[in-house]
Ligand binder design. Structure first.
Ligand code: SDX
Length: 431
């Protein structure tokens, strides 16, 4: 395979290096294009543009494959835990027993936030969206860790920031929920695992103790593993963009949380449930009406939870989450009509030529909210759940980037299409 491509511009021929990844993906390395030719490329939503070389996650969108550090997510969901997958993504290998024990101990050790921060929560109105609180609080955490904000950090400082954020963001999320329902904040318990502690902080009150449930813990582990990373998605690219200025990890993650909030990205899991509830309120089985709305270009309505920039096949995560919907609802003895509506809508869409031609399948957000509903997690907390799951992926990409000696600040170019040279006209004589 030739390692260069030929680019002919006017009467000049340029050699463009070809880059090939470990899975055979090929790219044109245009990092010297402007210097060589005076031209730049234009790709507004980066659908054809690679921003980096990365060894963390591999997606084959046509085959519906997702692997973390080469391990298929189906295997990780079956055999691993969210904490172990977090270590795998961040440090690049499955931990030894000693590494895993130390990692879990360090994450648990840092599960307190400064008591001053509790007053920050009470300054928000009860109706504040928890994603607004979470992004603000993650950035505010940096105030209490000045030693972890230096642009040039040691491996030890990076590890300290990583374990503190993995542990404390879960606390901030639970506290945001408690604030919204007017309940007292609850602290972690030493004997509980990472996710059972999150559920304990969410649902224990002075009147009743949250009772850990193995089926629920496993379902949450699987959900969080499936959300843990997804290569250069919008929020991860945001974390890389912010981190490339040598902004600290707290600020980079805070920006990633904001990017995830959008309904075209992580905010879709909240929008899916709101869509399904609308369909339910409208009789529950009128799928055709909503599929026609989604196809109508004059209607801004989209079938939320459907479609994906990379997957042009069934999102492998959606298939696993759909199975866990049945498991969790059966375990809890819940019959949720919303699940039936979701399955009916999926079946109707997947037989409609519009969706077939465009290869629009359910994505990770289509079924996840149904499990969160069954766990009594409020709809406006669904994207927070996505953020908690995506934390290790964001951290892994930030770490991979800042540890690259060749890292440079991200600064895209543009093609200017505005006014040419203009003169200033004093206000009194403007037309
Ligand atoms: C996530 O990137 C990641 O990896 C993200 C993520 C992760 O783990 O980080 O997987 C998480 O964000 C999943 C996506 C969650 N968003 C939604 O479910 C919102 C609904 N989906 C769409 O907004 C859309 O499918 C996107 C944003 C997900 C993808 O958009 P693209 O790649 O820009 O695709 P497109 O808009 O160019 O769509 C191609 C065609 C268009 O029609 P035509 O112009 O060809 O006629 O498909 C249509 C679109 O109008 N289309 C839809 C649709 N999604 C695409 N039509 C109706 N309903 C939809 N949901």
């Amino acid at each position: 395979m030739s390692t260069t491509a030929k680019l002919i511009l006017q009467d000049q021929t340029y050699d463009i290096p070809v880059v090939e990844g470990s899975e055979g993906e090929k790219g044109l390395d245009i990092s010297r294009l402007r210097a060589q030719t005076g031209y730049i490329t234009l790709d507004p939503s980066y659908g054809n543009t690679g921003s980096c070389l990365s060894g963390i996650t591999y997606i084959d969108g046509d085959a519906g494959i997702l692997r973390y550090r080469g391990i298929d997510i189906g295997e990780l969901c079956e055999h691993s835990t969210f904490m172990e997958v977090s270590y795998l993504l961040i440090y690049g290998h499955l931990p030894t027993e000693a590494e895993y024990a130390r990692f879990k101990e360090r994450v648990h050790h840092h599960s307190l936030i400064h008591e001053d921060m509790k007053s920050f929560f009470t300054s928000y109105p009860g109706h504040a969206h928890p994603m607004a609180i979470l992004s603000a609080m993650v950035c505010s955490l940096s105030v209490y860790h000045p030693q972890l904000l230096e642009p040039e950090q040691t491996q030890s400082q990076r590890d300290q920031a990583i374990t503190r954020l993995l542990s404390k963001v879960r606390v901030l999320a639970a506290f945001a929920y408690k604030r919204s329902v007017g309940e007292a904040f609850v602290y972690t318990r030493p004997e509980l695992d990472y996710l059972s502690n999150f559920m304990h902080m969410m649902f224990t009150t002075p009147m009743r103790e949250y009772v850990p449930d193995e089926t629920i813990r496993k379902a949450l582990d699987v959900l969080f593993i499936l959300h843990a990373d997804h290569e250069q998605n919008c929020s991860t690219s945001t974390v890389r963009m912010v981190g490339s200025s040598k902004a600290n990890l707290f600020a980079s993650l805070s920006a990633g949380i904001c990017a995830l909030w959008g309904p075209l990205h992580g905010g879709a899991n909240q929008a899916v449930i709101e869509m399904l509830q609308t369909i339910h309120a409208d009789g529950g089985g009128n799928y055709k009406k909503y599929i026609e709305k989604a196809k109508d270009k004059s209607d801004p309505f989209l079938l939320m939870g459907f479609g994906h920039r990379v997957y042009k096949n069934y999102d492998p995560r959606a298939a696993i989450i759909k199975k866990y919907c049945d498991k969790v609802l059966e375990h809890l003895g819940i019959h949720d009509p919303i699940l039936e509506i979701a399955k009916g809508l999926e079946e109707a869409a997947l037989t409609d030529p519009y969706f077939i031609e465009r290869k629009l399948y359910p994505n990770v957000d289509f079924y996840s909210g149904i499990i969160y509903r069954a766990l009594k997690i409020p709809t406006n907390m669904f994207t927070v759940m996505f953020a908690l799951g995506r934390l290790p992926g964001w951290i892994a990409h930030w770490k991979e980037m800042v540890e690259d000696p060749g890292m440079k600040i991200a600064r895209p170019r543009q093609i200017y299409t505005g006014e040419r040279s203009n003169n200033y006209v004093p206000i009194g004589i403007r037309p």
